[in-house]
Design a protein around this ligand. Structure first.
Ligand code: SAM
Length: 217
């Protein structure tokens, strides 16, 4: 269902140069974005927009999802932590890119969203690859660290220190950092004890709320 629309969306992302990585494009051709949305939004699933998923949250626009995946430089076998499961779509794409041998743990603070995302991911066959947990992702998940990659899909006022601590050697962390309206998409590359930080451009994400994030909605 919606395969033609999905392939056309990916073709547009490729043509406009937003996403160039072949593996990322292939994953986006495969993962059915509409399945992660409320049914009444299915006709809009392959328009390049953020869309509401309930509880005041959104599924990010496909170009942003693809771009973040590209920056993360994912490979089979990697262990990835995602903060902000939302609909579960981004986690599904990560799973495609770290398969075989990899694993994805995704943390969501709103139980209704996390539970719904888990059900969707299991239904689509990602149950063995992705674990969705309800938790404050700004604390990371120390008992499962280190992670090869950490992906934050909500915007925080600063980089939560636990996430840097839990990044493995040569790890990459991607996170929107800044105010409530705009943030800088930030990539942090770890090399031993050194952390190299670069800004990739302005973005707009829902707030990262928690101990090391914004304090309220
Ligand atoms: N990656 C998602 C997807 O594919 O649908 C989009 C996520 S949405 C833009 C951001 C999510 O981050 C929301 O579901 C929000 O509840 C969640 N969030 C915000 N602060 C969080 C925190 N401290 N820990 C875990 N999740 C958090």
């Amino acid at each position: 269902m919606y395969e033609k629309e999905r392939l056309e969306m990916v073709e547009r992302l490729e043509r406009t140069g937003f996403v160039t990585n072949r593996q990322v494009l292939d994953a986006m051709r495969k993962v059915p974005r509409h399945e992660f949305l409320p049914r009444q939004l299915w006709p809009w699933a392959y328009v390049d927009n953020a869309l509401p998923i309930g509880s005041g949250q959104t599924i990010s626009a496909p170009h942003m999802v693809g771009y973040m995946l590209e920056v993360l430089d994912l490979h089979p076998g990697q262990k990835v932590l995602e903060i902000g499961t939302g609909s579960g779509y981004h986690a599904g794409l990560v799973a495609e890119l770290v398969y075989p041998g990899g694993q994805v743990i995704s943390l969501e603070r709103i139980p209704e969203l996390g539970d719904q995302a888990r059900r969707t991911l299991v239904r689509l066959g990602y149950g063995d690859l992705i674990r969705v947990m309800i938790a404050d992702g700004t604390e990371g998940l120390p008992q499962e660290a280190p992670f090869d990659r950490i992906l934050v899909t909500a915007g925080g006022p600063s980089v939560p220190p636990p996430l840097k601590d839990q990044l493995g050697e040569e790890g990459i962390l991607v996170i929107p950092v800044g105010g409530r309206t705009y943030q800088q998409l930030t990539v942090i590359k770890r090399d031993g004890d050194k952390f190299e930080e670069s800004a990739l451009g302005l973005v707009t994400f829902v707030p990262l709320i928690g101990q090391h994030g914004h304090k309220t909605n």
